[in-house]
Ligand binder design. Structure first.
Ligand SMILES: Nc1ncnc2c1ncn2[C@@H]1O[C@H](COP(=O)(O)OP(=O)(O)OP(=O)(O)O)[C@@H](O)[C@H]1O
Ligand SMILES: [Mg+2]
Length: 198
């Protein structure tokens, strides 16, 4: 109970800070994250990438997804199910998306099932914060990515995209919370102590 209250407070604080980032810094941060990720051999070599279509003040993924797609990578994006779990469908260019729940753009392509994320060679997820030592990830509070990440094998790189300053110490954790192996920030990619290397 106390943990979920702490999560609530932290979410509110981070969302408030995100809302204060100016347009110019936001664009620069988005470009830095995109270029750093696209420079990684393990990103270039991934044939199937699970990502998210960013919304609001989240670190932007639109350019990254477009570049991956142009490069020939298959990108799957989530389709939110009524129970909060995530189904997956293939991104096939800018015309392949339509607004879903909460106005978030989702692929119109055939849904491939919740287990499709198991086949991804790289998983890019949203987060409000990541614990720098444990890799514990704080999300928006739906538990959707905890469910999705629970299906991802231990050797698959999982990367949360963050704004600067969102790599934190002591993020509250509950038993169902799934960690990530990397956090990508404008200043670079940070490996948490969660097992393995890319
Ligand atoms: N595997 C699961 N099956 C069903 N419910 C789950 C599962 N994992 C988490 N939940 C539920 O989701 C709710 C929100 O969890 P939590 O606060 O960790 O969200 P979050 O990690 O911030 O969100 P998200 O994963 O969508 O980014 C909790 O009530 C939790 O019980
Ligand atoms: Mg969680």
């Amino acid at each position: 109970m106390e943990t979920s209250l702490n999560k609530l407070t932290l979410r509110r604080q981070i969302l408030n800070e995100r809302s204060r980032i100016g347009e110019k810094s936001r664009r620069e941060a988005d470009r830095a994250i995109r270029e750093t990720l696209l420079d990684q051999p393990w990103v270039q070599m991934a044939g199937l990438v699970a990502a998210y279509w960013s919304t609001g003040t989240e670190p932007a993924t639109h350019g990254l997804i477009f570049s991956l797609w142009k490069h020939g990578t298959t990108v799957i994006l989530p389709v939110l199910l009524p129970d909060g779990d995530l189904d997956w469908a293939v991104y096939d260019g800018p015309d392949s998306l339509a607004p879903g729940p909460y106005g978030i753009m989702q692929p119109v392509d055939t849904r491939r099932g919740v287990d499709t994320i198991r086949t991804a060679a790289l998983v890019i997820v949203p987060a409000l914060g990541v614990d720098r030592s444990t890799g514990v990830r704080l999300g928006r509070g739906g538990g959707s990515y905890d469910r999705a990440l629970a299906r991802v094998g231990p050797n698959v790189p999982t990367v949360a995209l963050l704004h600067e300053g969102e790599l934190l110490d002591g993020i509250p954790v509950e038993p169902h919370d799934q960690p990530v192996r990397y956090a990508a920030l404008p200043s670079g990619i940070y490996a948490t102590s969660v097992t393995g290397s890319a």
